[in-house]
Design a protein around this ligand. Structure first.
Ligand SMILES: Nc1ncnc2c1ncn2[C@@H]1O[C@H](COP(=O)(O)OP(=O)(O)O)[C@@H](O)[C@H]1O
Ligand SMILES: [Mg+2]
Length: 501
């Protein structure tokens, strides 16, 4: 399939401008670009839902012109929409057959249809049961029904518009297995995403769209996620760096030989010790699930320690409550913002108070100070560029990146002495990422002690004064961020570094 010079204008917007894409048969071709780049518009053109103002589409070298999706289906193009279009109160069979009768005019031949669905399902490993009610299906299963529906109609080219946006990681893996299966059976897949790790893992070719036009066409083996991100945004990404050292000799957070167990009694942290000084960032790298989450919870007082001591500014806080720790100057950017960071159904300003209900400007004497809290929320919205219509809307209406900015803004308020930052910039756009780094740098210059945990090794290396790796609940090795490479950290993280003695 080839797209040549596709242009599509809407009043006031050029959604597509001279788009050129070549898709090889039997491959997974990824189309990446930021929100609003024009990806969905292009896919709708390709599926006959919209007509281009200029340009041509060629299938197998022949020019096609689609007036409706039926025309696209006719030549073998199928679309799995971003939002599913299944009727909940009907069975899979009914949904697949609807508007697509096997024997037109003679009534619906459900028997043949059922057999065909079972056949397609088995052939591509989709695990779809024709007689289940759609209402009973999970999101991943619904998506497989959508895919099956498209295959049922004889598609050879499948368009998937942000199929992973609605899936949890486990389901994403399953979907990718399905896509590989489809490819192995000779189908051609056009896959849209703005999650670069996913794209790099599943695509054979990648086309980058920026502001409505195709700017690059690359192979996954030849680019890093970072380079791809730079192509998407069209400028060099902000670089995580600390610049001059501000490390002092004053210990702020002292962790001395702590043991921590999981809810089911397994030991996750064993005899863990470290000290973070005022003005210092200690970075901890590690594969998820090696005790990072439990460490932060123990430091925050959410999870008890079974041995050892924790001191904050010289005071033993080993058994102090979370809220007292907060009052003593501990701040916390949690790993899972939905479970621990925000109350989704509460407003921005109510979330500003969360965890800070004893602190100015949220209280005046013993009373809650709504006005103070609201004024400070306005400040955070402005300083951290939280995109929201106002501070009264529910946090659930914000994008993930904007929720994160609100959390970071809240946690950095009130001059904390220690910041526990788990993935502080995960899921935020590059502008916000640069802003969050700058706020951390400034607070560090102002004597903040920071524990940073991140899956982004560039972030860790750039933003740490000292680096350690956590492996199976132990800190293994210390690294100088000035000289360590992501590869060295990576091998230490998997235990291949030989440091675990
Ligand atoms: N039907 C439409 N009418 C007017 N503007 C539209 C329409 N569809 C998309 N746009 C605009 O075109 C641009 C590209 O949108 P879209 O193709 O949905 O981007 P993406 O899928 O990459 O996020 C956006 O600015 C969007 O607002
Ligand atoms: Mg889109």
């Amino acid at each position: 399939m080839e797209l040549r010079g596709i242009t599509k204008r809407f009043p006031g917007v050029v959604a597509n401008s001279d788009i050129n894409v070549g898709v090889r048969a039997g491959t997974v071709h990824a189309l990446v670009g930021e929100n609003g780049a024009g990806k969905s518009t292009l896919m709708k053109i390709l599926y006959g839902m919209q007509r281009p103002d200029e340009g041509t589409i060629l299938i197998d070298g022949k020019e096609v012109d689609f007036a409706t999706p039926a025309d696209a289906i006719e030549v073998g193009i199928g679309m799995v929409h971003q939002h599913f279009m299944l009727a909940d109160n009907f069975t899979v069979l009914e949904n697949v057959v609807l508007g697509n009768e096997p024997k037109a005019g003679v009534g619906l031949d459900f028997k043949t249809a059922r057999a065909k669905i079972k056949d397609i399902s088995a052939r591509y490993g989709l695990g779809v049961d024709p007689d289940r009610l759609v209402d009973e299906l999970g999101v991943g299963e619904r998506q497989r029904v959508e895919i099956l529906k498209v295959l049922y109609r004889g598609a050879r080219i499948l368009i998937l518009d942000e199929p992973t946006a609605v899936l949890v990681p486990q389901e994403v893996e399953e979907l990718f297995d399905n896509l590989r299966e489809l490819k192995a059976e000779g189908l051609t897949l056009l896959f849209i995403s703005h999650k670069l790790d996913e794209v790099l893992s599943v695509a054979d070719d990648i086309t980058v769209v920026r502001r409505g036009t195709t700017v690059a066409s690359v192979e996954p083996g030849a680019v890093t996620a970072r380079q791809l991100a730079e192509l998407m945004v069209g400028s060099a990404l902000p670089v995580p760096e600390l610049r001059e050292s501000t490390v002092t000799t004053t210990p702020v957070l002292e962790v001395d030989g702590i043991d921590v167990t999981t809810d089911d009694g397994r030991t996750v942290l064993q005899n863990l010790s470290f000290t973070i000084h005022a003005g210092e960032v200690l970075g901890i790298a590690g594969v998820e699930g090696n005790g990072q989450a439990e460490l932060v919870e123990a430091l925050m007082g959410i999870r008890p320690v079974s041995a050892g001591k924790i001191k904050l500014s010289g005071t033993d806080i080993t058994t102090t409550s979370t809220s007292k720790r907060r009052d003593a100057g501990m701040a916390y950017i949690p790993e899972d913002r939905h479970r621990q960071g925000v109350l989704l159904e509460s407003s921005l300003w109510e979330n500003r108070i969360l965890g800070h209900q004893n602190q100015a400007p949220n209280v005046k004497g013993p009373l809650l100070d709504r006005k103070g809290a609201k004024a400070d929320t306005e400040r955070i919205v402005k300083e951290y560029d939280v995109r929201t219509p106002n501070i009264d809307v529910a946090v659930s209406s914000l994008s993930g990146g904007n929720q994160q900015k609100l959390i970071v803004g809240r946690e950095m308020s009130g001059n904390p002495v220690v910041l526990l930052a788990s993935h502080p910039t995960r899921g935020v756009d590059v502008g916000a990422q640069a802003a969050i780094w700058e706020h951390i740098r400034r607070a560090r210059a102002d004597k903040l002690a920071v524990l940073m945990i991140s899956a982004d090794l560039d972030e860790l290396i750039g933003m740490s004064d000292r680096l350690s790796v956590i492996l199976r609940g132990k800190l293994v090795g210390e690294y100088d961020p000035q000289s360590v490479t992501p590869e060295e950290l990576g091998s230490a993280m998997t235990g291949a570094g030989g440091e675990e003695a």
